[in-house]
Design a protein around this ligand. Structure first.
Ligand code: KIV
Ligand code: ZN
Length: 517
């Protein structure tokens, strides 16, 4: 008899808490749809009480994404729990995840509560959640720095109040695999009741995956993970690493089965990277673009003879085929939309026309495009599901070099009207960004800039990710082109369009608040 290891994905909650990440509702929905395609068991869609935007995203996901159970995070106070339920209740199956800090450090410095108060909060918060749903998770935050006796008292109180999953968060990444495994075993042996034990490991010492696996070996049957290992500070355990470790080393996890469709791992990783603006390191396990690349002659020789000489994972089993050429400059609109559909990208109407026009433009310059190229084009062109760009780039002219001041001129289109502007800059990229600022009237500060190539090879598309801060509105943007200056300008414009959307939403909400008594 096999036992399911529940994959609880928290990319949209803990992952979104990574510095500089701010996803809008459309982007969260797009990621949630892909997580459903990947086959995770749970999607923690957000922390509904944190902001109106978070609430709306969790609600939208609960209303539309089918397959995984939709969970929301909540503090123990009753109003938070009710608000969380309001957001997740639309799903076919919903979970409320209640947490409270239990370590002396957090109780003293953050909660300003006594242990007795924390115990009472646990009971009331879990009991309230249980009034709404019979799927309730409880987490004693900072568990690995909590005295064992107190943690056991709190956990037993949570189960007695109705918790069905006990999650043991290594909030600050303090655990060491054998120590964390022993903690999970201790909980399993000493807390009575019908519940599933879960791990939630942060990566401050680079041990999040190892700690999660030690937890599974000790009896945990849920792992909380994030795509690409995103999350607070150094991140959370990486979904792709934990899943593949259990699959590839099944001998170490006898009888444990994981439901994830691993062929979707690479695409999920690329989508999350693109929408969060967090690049994936080249040598990242499983989804990094070098994970199946062999450099030394001896390795190349071995892999050509038989890939198992230096590869323990079959690249196609994790969807690492992004370098396959799929379309070229002679491909028509039909082949283009057909290929997108096969890739799971449902683009229609004006968005499809715009993406096709851009594809043609790039195919003319690059000749052949891969799946990864197409994903990047579509993402840049439509900037998230159903999101119309405010400004589109009509043309860009740049001059620069070692002599004279770099200068750029852009022509943008908004609602059919052209706006143009010119500007000088410290370099050609800076000049292009300054010209965009002048043309859009949006004064955004560039806080991060990253350039890489979508695929390998000398004719690869340049892929630029930027993060902007416009009066506290933090957004990321991405642009691709065969020309890095153009890719940078497109990324800057892509992010600027997000600022326009965020401002429009904020103004609309303010108008609603004005007329609501
Ligand atoms: O790291 C942590 O403790 C958390 C909890 C809210 C589960 O993210
Ligand atoms: Zn966490």
């Amino acid at each position: 008899m096999s036992e399911r290891l529940i994959i609880f994905d928290t990319t949209l909650r803990d992952g979104e808490q990574s510095p500089g990440i701010s996803l809008d509702v459309a982007e969260k929905l797009e990621i949630a749809e892909q997580l459903a395609r990947l086959g995770v068991d749970y999607i923690e869609a957000g922390f509904p009480v944190a902001s109106q935007g978070d609430f709306e995203a969790v609600e939208a996901i609960a209303k539309t994404v089918r397959g995984p159970v939709i969970a929301g995070l909540s503090r123990t106070n009753l109003a938070d729990v009710d608000r969380c339920w309001d957001a997740v209740r639309h799903a076919d199956r919903s979970r409320i995840h209640v947490f409270v800090s239990t370590s002396p450090n957090h109780m003293e410095h953050m909660l300003k509560m006594t242990p007795a108060q924390v115990l009472a909060e646990t009971r009331s918060g879990v009991a309230r959640a249980r009034e709404h749903t019979d799927d309730v998770e409880f987490s004693p935050q900072d568990a690995t720095r909590t005295p064992l006796d107190f943690m056991m008292e709190v956990l037993q109180a949570a189960v007695d109040a109705g918790a069905t999953t006990l999650n043991i968060p290594d909030t600050v990444g303090y655990g060491i695999p054998w120590d964390f495994g022993a903690l999970i075993q201790y909980v399993r042996r000493n807390i009575g009741g019908d519940y599933i034990t879960s791990t939630h490991c942060h990566n401050d010492l680079g041990l999040a995956t190892a700690n999660s696996l030690a937890g599974v070996q000790a009896g945990a049957r849920q792992v909380e993970v994030c795509v690409n290992g995103l999350g607070e500070r150094a991140g959370n355990a990486a979904l792709e690493e934990v899943v593949m470790a259990v699959r590839i080393r099944a001998d170490q996890f006898p009888g444990i089965e994981v439901g994830v469709r691993t062929e979707e791992l690479a695409r999920t990783s690329r989508l999350v990277s693109r929408l969060t603006g967090y690049p994936v390191q080249f040598n990242k396990a499983v989804v990094g673009r070098n994970a199946f690349v062999h450099e030394s002659g001896i390795h190349q020789h071995g892999v050509l003879a038989n890939s198992s000489t230096y590869e323990i994972i079959d690249a196609s089993s994790v969807g690492q085929q992004g370098s396959q050429i799929v379309l070229g400059k002679h491909s028509g609109r039909h082949a283009f939309s057909d290929t997108l559909e096969k890739m799971g990208l449902h683009v229609q109407g004006d968005a499809l026309n715009a993406a096709f026009a851009r594809f043609k433009e790039l195919a003319d310059r690059k000749v052949q495009l891969t799946e990864a190229d197409l994903e990047a084009i579509v993402a840049e062109e439509i900037g998230g599901v159903g999101a119309e760009p405010a400004f589109t780039l009509e043309s860009l002219e740049v001059t620069g070099g070692t002599v004279g001041v770099p200068r750029a001129r852009v022509v943008l289109i908004r609602d059919g009207e052209k706006t143009e502007a010119s500007a000088d800059g410290d370099g050609m990229i800076d000049a292009a960004c300054q010209a965009i600022k002048a043309a859009t009237g949006i004064d955004a500060r560039l806080t991060d800039f990253n350039v890489s190539s979508v695929t390998g090879g000398v004719d690869a598309l340049g892929d630029v990710i930027v993060q902007l801060d416009a009066d506290g509105v933090k957004v990321s943007g991405r642009g691709v082109s065969t020309d890095v200056v153009e890719a940078s300008a497109r990324a800057f414009l892509n992010a600027t369009n997000k600022v326009v959307r965020v401002r429009a939403r904020t103004e609309a909400r303010a108008r609603i608040d004005e007329v609501t008594p």
